[in-house]
Design a protein around this ligand. Structure first.
Ligand SMILES: Cc1ncc(COP(=O)(O)O)c(C=O)c1O
Length: 442
């Protein structure tokens, strides 16, 4: 198109991710500002953020100390090469993360998105086994309904069918554990359900089938987020740790959503009292303000790589923007803010209020299940017969245009996850708005 023909603010050119573009462009939903618990729309409305953006802004929007840290960093150092060089901030951030992560998860690798963090962790798992002389350990095990981003690694180990079915064979040698979700046995449970530990028998079967010596790692989200919040059954995480440890299989916890307070702790691993071999993180590490992700790695894995010629990289992996100065500054400021405001403890204390408020939506039209845990909750609505996702999309439109609420909805499932600064009155406001929306789309 010639420049003179260009229309300002033309909607057509942008292909929105995970969005029905044609419907969106007929009736766009825009945000142009945000502060604390709210977004602002270009027409001046204040919209309650019931899902922390996309599970990112745990300390709420537009926090001054984070903004200032980013501004100051941008003025001081725009970019530095992360290969062979580093900045002081990236070391500061790594040390802080090492202090927050459980056990000896003392080393940080950085990337820019959850998807990249997952790819990084899967590659580290392969490289680690190979460095130890167990290069036959190449098999990955994920889980049905898992979400690990959209890279080929992530969709291969992930288990959400719409994210996989269009994209061919993906990585070979990947198995999946069965979902732990069983509506008949678990519906309307607060927290970890009683039923479901037996689904882990499948791991023992897979180990029997392939032999542990061919399996590199198991990767799971401690609480599955993007599929609609599925908490692990009681004892599941501990048993998963036990089995993987016994067989020398690395356990990767994908904590892209559950990290930084969502489950009431720095990482959900702490909630379950386990030390995995790696933790992937993103989103909340910078309160969503600058893209950043990473992997926390146990000491033994790092040390295994510290061999060979000292003038060569020990791991041939990294991204141009790994540990970018703006992201590192945002990360340091964010972790300081979380600490100063006791954000994780605050979430832990608010869990009961939040979970009970969400569960009180039981009995409203079409509500098929409610699964609250930590400060995260999945609410399934029964689909309109033969029209899966239509009720959910209507709810998105109603929430934004008529009720001044933003809530993440995928298919016919709401995923509620307010900023962890939410007060009791914010939570009851969100609860009442959800009730109104659910009734309106009945
Ligand atoms: C558990 C988990 N892993 C990975 C990702 C992918 O993150 P990103 O969208 O930043 O690539 C997500 C995103 O929601 C996630 O929830």
């Amino acid at each position: 198109m010639a420049p003179l023909d260009m229309k300002p603010n033309e909607l057509e050119s942008y292909w929105l991710p995970f969005t029905p573009n044609r419907s969106f462009k007929k009736r766009p939903r825009l945000f142009s500002g945000a502060k604390d618990m709210h977004y602002f729309t270009p027409d001046g409305r204040k919209v309650m953020d019931a899902s922390s953006g996309l599970f990112c802004v745990n300390a709420g929007h537009g926090r001054d100390t984070i903004t200032k840290a980013i501004q100051e960093a941008a003025g001081r150092l725009d970019f530095a090469p992360p290969f062979m060089y580093a900045t002081p901030q990236v070391f500061e951030l790594s040390s802080k993360l090492a202090m927050l992560a459980p056990g000896d998860l003392d080393y940080a690798l950085f990337a820019n998105s959850g998807s990249e963090a997952v790819d990084t962790a899967l590659k580290v798992a392969l490289a680690y086994h190979r460095a130890r002389g167990e290069g036959a350990r190449v098999r990955f095990i994920g889980r049905e309904r898992g979400y690990h981003g959209v890279g080929f690694g992530g969709i291969s180990v992930g288990g959400m069918v719409n994210n996989r079915k269009m994209f061919g064979n993906m990585l070979y040698g990947v198995d999946h554990l069965p979902t732990t979700y069983n509506k008949a046995k678990q519906a309307f449970t607060i927290g970890e359900p009683e039923w479901g530990l037996e689904t882990l028998d499948e791991l023992t079967r897979l180990i029997g089938l392939h032999d542990a010596s061919t399996i590199a790692c198991v990767i799971v989200e401690p609480v599955q987020g993007s599929t609609g919040c599925i908490p692990p059954p009681k004892g599941y995480m501990q048993k998963l740790r036990e089995i993987t440890e016994k067989h020398g299989i690395l356990l990767i916890l994908d904590e892209v959503i559950t990290g930084f307070g969502r489950m009431g702790y720095a990482f959900a691993a702490e909630r379950y009292g386990i030390v995995p071999d790696m933790i992937t993180f993103a989103k909340g590490v910078t309160n969503g303000a600058v893209p950043m992700s990473g992997v926390m790695v146990r000491k033994g894995i790092y040390e295994t790589h510290m061999q060979g010629a000292e003038h060569l990289p020990e791991l041939f992996h990294g991204y141009t923007y790994s540990g970018h100065p703006l992201a590192a500054a945002a990360g340091v400021a964010t972790l300081n803010l979380y600490q100063e405001e006791g954000i994780f403890e605050r979430a832990r204390k608010m869990e009961k209020t939040f979970c009970e408020a969400m569960m009180s939506l039981k009995g409203l039209p079409n509500v098929a299940d409610i699964r609250p845990i930590g400060m995260l909750c999945g609410i399934d609505l029964d689909p309109i017969p033969g029209k899966g996702g239509v009720r959910g999309y209507n709810a998105i439109e109603t929430a934004y245009h008529d009720e001044d609420v933003y809530v993440r909805i995928t298919g016919d499932t709401f995923i509620v996850s307010p900023p962890l600064i939410a007060t009791e009155s914010d939570i009851s406001f969100i609860r009442d708005k959800l009730a109104t929306i659910i009734k309106k789309v009945a």
